[in-house]
Design a protein around this ligand. Structure first.
Ligand code: C2O
Ligand code: CU
Length: 555
């Protein structure tokens, strides 16, 4: 294979890549490795694949002593995906599906998600023990159903997770959270969207075919088409192939109407800065925790791993045949390749060129402006009765990423007792988090809560962040202040409602795994033990024949 100009430049030095600003250099292997080894004929090219939507996961409605609930089942298993040209890529995914099977559930519906680990004992390519722990990111779940990193399900076992779904509508996602291998497991395919719906969102925003899940990720491939992995000494993995719902740079046909896109950045390290090729506005309407008080039109915005932004694009003014590209103009401290500045293409077609809308499909004719308030966005500094200060850093001694000098190993060594704070139920706290490094950005995720970004470097949060959040992009030399209320679980299972321990970590997953993770508690430290109170079970496969322990609803 011939070296492209970019590879030649890359081999010449980091500065060419625009990552010269690193306080500490990325791993020495960076130039040579963080790029696919595919032959030219196998390398995907932009805008050749067609866009696909994820499958929707089916469910059974059952009933227990607390009432009806939905039972969803996913099996973590190996399968082959066709991502690059002419070669199969082994993936390890929920039901073997990339993109992952999507859950859609109305607010107020109890859900039991049964996760069966049918993975090999060891990851065939990366070698680690293939335990899993499933986190529904964006849900105020009880600690034992929250994907606590050390609450593992082994190959051959299964675990039932209860999700309460009492929160306002939002785009969530479930992904693996296994201790120290979250990055490899999510990268291998264990990630999927989960939509919680409600009346406000249905009233204000497009539905059905006009409501489009977009999961962005990046990957690098070995010559045989398998996923390659290099996290540059835990700094991060930057692939040269951008995937949208598992397809490289796909093309989506759209009618000349307003569409809603639920954008999840599921990259394990890369952040993107999204922009349309014609600089038309992306009208941001929802953030991690759901609808914003007001729609925020932006020309471009910054989007790190695990953040969810929903935006509207109005295609109504464009004649059929128009193409508009969703571009990535990138952010500091990412590694970019020839085509990482592209994400996907929209091709406007005549209304008659696509199937007629089904009954569930509905769009809007004008961009909305006022949306809905939320508990998080109503928080003010003066409501706070507690304060936490955190520093995000990297130790040159241990080569580990840390939160205020501590790591998840410290939590493990404390027998999981070490907490950064014990919040009272319903208490409001202000957290100030600082990243003094010019060399990294850290998307910080706080489990359980929705928060409001009060300020960044003393200034207001960016326009696109003016909604409830659970991940905050803490860029180079940035300090953010957050306000959050520690509201406890309002149901969805049989456990007590007394709180317990929840994780907080960087969502650059190689950072999280090495070892930028801590925990806090709400109420009491030692209730709802996340490891022992709802452990995994041996999977005998009994329920495969429909012999559920609970009876179908309506009998
Ligand atoms: Cu999306 Cu603690 O994770
Ligand atoms: Cu980080």
């Amino acid at each position: 294979m011939q070296m492209s100009r970019r590879e030649a430049l890359t081999a010449g030095g980091l500065g060419i890549l625009g990552i010269g600003g690193l306080a500490v250099p990325l791993g020495a292997g960076l130039q040579a490795k963080a790029i696919s080894r595919l032959a030219t004929r196998n390398m995907p090219v932009p805008y050749a694949a067609s866009f696909i939507r994820p499958p929707v996961l089916p469910y059974a409605t059952l009933r227990d002593a607390e009432g009806p609930y939905r039972l969803y089942t996913v099996t973590e298993q190996r399968s082959m995906a066709r991502i690059v040209n002419g070669l199969d890529t082994p993936v390890y995914a929920y039901n073997g599906s990339v993109p992952g099977p999507m859950v859609r559930v109305p607010q107020g519906t109890r859900v039991k998600l049964r996760v069966r680990n049918q993975l090999p004992e060891l990851h065939p390519a990366f070698g680690h023990r293939f335990n899993t722990s499933t986190h529904l990111h964006g849900s105020a779940s009880l600690p034992q159903y929250d994907g606590y990193a050390d609450d593992v399900t082994h190959p051959g076992d299964y675990k039932d997770y209860w999700y309460p779904n009492w929160q306002p509508a939002r785009t969530l996602w479930y992904h693996d959270h296994n201790v120290h291998t979250t990055a490899q497991n999510a990268y291998s395919g264990l990630a999927a969207q989960y939509h919680l719906t409600d009346a406000a969102e249905q009233e204000l925003l497009p539905q059905g075919v006009y409501d489009v899940p977009i999961t962005i990720s990046d990957a690098m491939f070995a010559a045989d088409g398998s996923l390659a992995y290099d996290d540059n000494s835990h700094s991060g993995l930057w692939g040269d192939v951008i995937l949208v719902n598992g397809r490289p740079w796909p093309v989506m046909q759209v009618k000349p109407k307003i569409y809603r896109f639920r954008v999840l950045n599921a990259s394990i390290a890369r952040s993107v800065r999204l922009r349309l090729s014609n600089a038309a506005p992306l009208v941001i309407v929802a953030t991690d925790g759901g609808l914003m008080p007001k729609a925020q039109p932006v020309v471009e915005y910054r989007h790190a791993g695990a953040e969810r932004y929903e935006f509207l694009i109005d295609f109504s003014a464009y004649p059929p045949g128009t193409t508009i590209d969703l571009k990535n103009v990138s952010n500091p401290n990412n590694v970019d390749y020839d085509h990482t500045n592209k994400v996907m293409r929209f091709q406007v077609v005549a209304e008659s060129a696509l199937p007629p809308d089904g009954a569930e499909s509905r769009t809007i004719s004008r961009m909305p402006s006022t949306l809905v308030p939320s508990e998080a966005m109503g928080l003010t500094e003066s409501m706070a009765t507690g304060k936490v200060n955190l520093r995000l850093m990297r130790s040159d001694v241990t080569n580990e990423f840390q939160i205020s000098g501590k790591t998840w190993h410290d939590v493990e060594d404390s027998n999981f007792q070490d907490v950064i704070t014990v919040a009272r139920p319903d208490q409001v706290q202000v957290w100030e988090i600082e990243n003094r490094s010019g060399g990294w950005f850290h998307p910080l995720h706080i489990h359980l809560v929705d928060f409001k970004i009060l300020s960044r470097n003393g200034k207001p949060a960016f326009a696109w962040e003016q909604g409830p959040k659970d991940v905050v992009y803490i860029g180079e030399d940035e300090t953010v202040r957050l306000a959050m209320r520690f509201t406890l679980n309002k149901g969805g299972g049989t456990s007590t409602n007394a709180g317990g321990r929840y994780m907080i970590h960087c969502h650059n997953l190689p950072h999280e795994d090495h070892d930028m993770m801590q925990q806090f508690a709400v109420g009491e430290v030692n209730v709802n033990d996340p490891i022992s109170s709802a452990p995994c079970q041996p999977d005998t496969g009994e329920y495969d024949d429909g012999s559920y322990d609970d009876v179908p609803d309506g009998t």
